[in-house]
Write a protein that binds this ligand. Structure first.
Ligand code: C2E
Ligand code: MG
Ligand code: MG
Length: 255
């Protein structure tokens, strides 16, 4: 399918509810409890089946539909977080912010309003940003992020170690969280292991919380623990699931 057709279909899909959010648990390694969930979008395409973000987020970025996806994610994920809060199931919410959203002047004020309206505790809202974004337009990014951080929201550097990685980004963006990419977490190389130890120390010296991504096997969980990561996320601990499924598992966890 051509990108322009995909973009047209995506516009319609956003109108008729084919784009949905799933939520993946993040576990506090000290308590074993689900302390946050990351919102991950999916497109339930009528012919192509379930599409993962890599199949349509790039198209959305090119066609400006990313603004609509971003708005959908804000509305939907904050509503889910508010419903969990109302049910007494306090859990943080992490939202992925795409490059163009981050540098659009309307993004910061819109998110600040939405969080305010939801009456969620802003400190439970995390904005996940990939490093490349931050590098490309640091000024645009910080002008959006500074007020959100001032309101209490947490900025996370996503996929650390997946590509060009620089810990100075943590300082540049005032990050409060570092997410270690699964390729780095799962790496068997001793050099990477040493690097990871240093990374966790660097983050903790600055009171930055560390989340291990891609925990697929018990040895990955052991590694995350040995490294002193604060939280872990991955298929071993919980796959992305619907709001309903997450509600059920949070209820089961909290009895
Ligand atoms: P990400 O933010 O790093 O999200 C984590 C990705 O890793 C998710 O893929 C998740 O399903 C996958 N994952 C989680 N645990 C494991 C594991 O143990 N093993 C493996 N192999 N994979 C695991 P997903 O949902 O396909 O999302 C891919 C990327 O798409 C995300 O990476 C994020 O950058 C982007 N994305 C997802 N949802 C949104 C969204 O709503 N808006 C924007 N702008 N980007 C999104
Ligand atoms: Mg993410
Ligand atoms: Mg990631």
């Amino acid at each position: 399918m051509t990108n322009s057709r995909l973009a047209r279909e995506l516009a319609a899909a956003l109108d008729n509810g084919e784009v949905i959010l799933l939520y993946q648990p993040q576990i506090d390694l000290a308590t074993g409890r689900t302390v946050a969930v990351e919102a991950l979008c999916r497109w339930l395409h009528p012919e192509l089946g379930l599409l993962l973000p890599y199949a349509f987020i790039p198209v959305a970025e090119e066609s400006r539909l990313i603004g609509r996806i971003g708005e959908f994610v804000i509305v939907e994920s904050l509503a889910a977080a508010a419903s969990w809060r109302d049910a007494g199931l306090d859990v943080g919410i992490a939202i992925n912010v795409s490059p163009s959203q981050l540098t659009s002047s309307s993004f910061g004020p819109r998110l600040a309003d939405a969080v305010h309206e939801s009456r969620l505790d802003p400190t439970t809202v995390t904005l996940e940003i990939t490093e490349t974004v931050a590098i490309e337009n640091l000024f645009g990014a910080t002008s959006n992020l500074d007020p959100l951080r001032a309101a209490g929201m947490v900025v996370a550097i996503d996929d650390y170690g997946a590509g060009y990685s620089s810990l100075s980004r943590l300082d540049d963006l005032g990050a409060g969280e570092l997410k270690i990419d699964r390729t780095l977490l799962q790496s068997e190389s001793p050099t990477n292991a040493t690097h990871l130890t240093d990374v966790v120390a660097y983050a903790h010296e600055r009171s930055i919380r560390v989340v291990a991504e891609g925990v697929e096997r018990p040895e990955h969980l052991d590694r995350a623990r040995q490294l002193g990561c604060d939280r872990a996320q991955g298929f071993l601990l919980g796959r992305p699931a619907s709001q309903r499924e997450i509600s059920k598992s949070l209820l089961a966890e909290r009895v």
